[in-house]
Design a protein around this ligand. Structure first.
Ligand SMILES: Cc1ncc(COP(=O)(O)O)c(C=O)c1O
Length: 477
């Protein structure tokens, strides 16, 4: 037994590499990432691959170690090259993230120290830091000092937490679900619909409120529908509004929606996953008027704060309600010390052991200060307006003037199917690979989208895109 333990310890100690090995690994990783950042990050935004190429890739593991060089080579060929390069400023599709470098530093520190981020007792500083980040987001959103929330892996989980909390706060159970009503629009992000289904609210009545011509929730129709539903003996309980839709970047009339919610005692959730951080700009604050009256908000630092993927947030005004939905006690946790001033993330979310994801946000805000983030956000707005103007000169139709940094446009060729033509543009842009765009369907028409949210997107990127689109049109018309 003693000899066996000695042998096992010797082998297990391989998991504790000494300085020379750690240093070699980190140096090689630094070299690889620096090459990417200094040389290649914007070179290509899309690298085409075939399914059969990907099918041939495997990620086998074995009993034996491999060198850092061979691991990084494998990563480069199999992971980093194929498909979309979301770190590139040329990413103008979907909702770009970005990935400011300091995210990696925060994650590195979080991983090395492995501080426990679930419960205050184990990591008081960790919880205080994370709660401070949440309170900062509450403050910029106009939520009261008593509000809190949770740092999540992304917007979808944030919305899931909000919807589950709303369900319980409004006492929706099997007894009344059949007559309980949720209001949203067709422009709500599909994560909202997922949250409704996962929380068991798929059995409630879902009302899709008509949109205005600017693709915003029509608040007059909302009010009418709620009154109609109340008269019919139904139980309206939840409105989901958007502060920056994915398709067009539209902000719903939040103030009017909030007043309707308050008049009828409904929970209002605002999905500001994409648009939320634009509230930092004085010029844009007015557009968000009313968000502070929401009961809950989704806001994603991995979108509008340009952090790497893996950080969303839910803000909730009624912390008790959040707690009621998520808190559980376990015997083996009886020694934990609680504090009212700093609730633990584990009591406010489905997670127990969690990634210390607040560190990447704090370290980024500390090392850069807020000012370059605001400048980058303003730059994105202006770039979108610049594109909106220039693309029309090339002959494209455009949708509404953008509220934020997402807009839609389409080319309508003579004597050709416009939908097929625009879908083909997406493919041609992909073939070029330097930038990446995506499309959507609104009112049964295909539209191209421009989504400017990478901190690496600048005027040269937009000019390149405009020239490329011009060339594609010339080659296909
Ligand atoms: C408006 C909006 N809400 C929610 C989400 C979902 O966020 P996530 O992808 O971080 O889960 C997105 C994603 O693009 C979004 O654009």
């Amino acid at each position: 037994m003693i000899q066996k333990l000695k042998n096992l310890e010797k082998k297990a100690m391989l998991l504790e590499p000494e300085f020379e090995i750690r240093n070699k690994w980190i140096s090689k990783i630094e070299e690889y990432t620096n090459n990417f950042l200094d040389d290649g990050v914007n070179n290509k935004t899309f690298t085409a691959f075939t399914n059969s190429q990907i099918d041939k890739i495997s990620f086998d593991i074995s009993e034996n170690p491999e060198s850092i060089e061979s691991v990084l080579k494998e990563l480069e060929i199999k992971v980093d090259i194929p498909g979309l390069n979301p770190a590139s400023g040329g990413h103008l599709g979907y909702i770009p993230g970005g990935g400011v470098y300091t995210t990696a530093l925060g994650d590195y520190l979080a991983a090395v120290f492995n501080k426990y981020a679930g419960i205050y007792y184990a990591g008081p500083g960790v919880v205080k830091l994370e709660n401070s980040m949440i309170r900062w987001m509450c403050r910029i959103t106009g939520f009261p000092i008593t509000a809190l929330g949770n740092l999540t892996s992304g917007g979808s989980v944030a919305t899931l937490i909000a919807v589950a909390t709303a369900r319980d706060a409004k006492n929706i159970t099997s007894k009344n679900i059949y007559k309980s009503v949720i209001y949203l629009t067709e422009q709500a992000h599909h994560s909202v619909k997922k949250a409704i289904r996962i929380t068991g609210l798929g059995e409630a009545i879902i009302r899709y409120i008509p949109l205005t011509e600017n693709f915003k929730m029509n608040s007059t129709e909302l009010k009418k529908q709620i009154q109609k539903d109340i008269s019919a003996g139904l139980n309206p309980f939840l409105i989901i509004a958007s502060a920056g839709t994915t398709d067009t970047g539209a902000i719903d009339p939040l103030n009017e929606i909030a007043d309707i919610a308050a008049n009828h005692n409904l929970w209002m959730h605002t999905d500001a996953a994409y648009g939320g951080f634009f509230i930092l700009l004085n010029s844009e604050k007015e557009k968000f008027k009313g968000i502070e009256k929401s009961d809950s908000v989704t806001i994603d630092p991995h979108k509008g704060l340009f952090l790497s993927y893996g950080l969303g947030a839910v803000l909730i005004k009624d912390v008790n309600a959040l707690n009621q939905t998520h808190k559980y006690q376990a015997n083996y946790m009886q020694d934990k010390i609680e504090t009212i001033s700093e609730p633990s993330p584990a009591d406010l979310s489905p997670e127990l052991t969690k990634h210390f994801r607040g560190l990447r946000m704090w370290i980024s805000l500390k090392l850069f200060g807020l000012s370059p983030f605001k400048a980058a956000l303003e730059e994105k707005l202006l770039l979108t307006r610049y594109f909106y103007e220039k693309i029309q000169k090339i002959g494209f139709e455009v949708g509404p003037f953008p509220d934020l940094s997402v807009m839609i446009y389409r080319y309508v060729p003579k004597n050709k199917d416009a939908d097929a033509f625009n879908l083909n543009i997406v493919e041609e842009v992909k073939k070029d690979g330097k930038v990446f765009i995506s499309s959507t369907v609104i009112n049964e028409k295909v539209w191209l989208r421009l989504a400017v949210l990478s901190f690496r997107t600048h005027k040269s990127t937009i000019d390149y895109t405009l020239n490329l689109l011009k060339k594609i049109i010339a080659g296909n018309s």
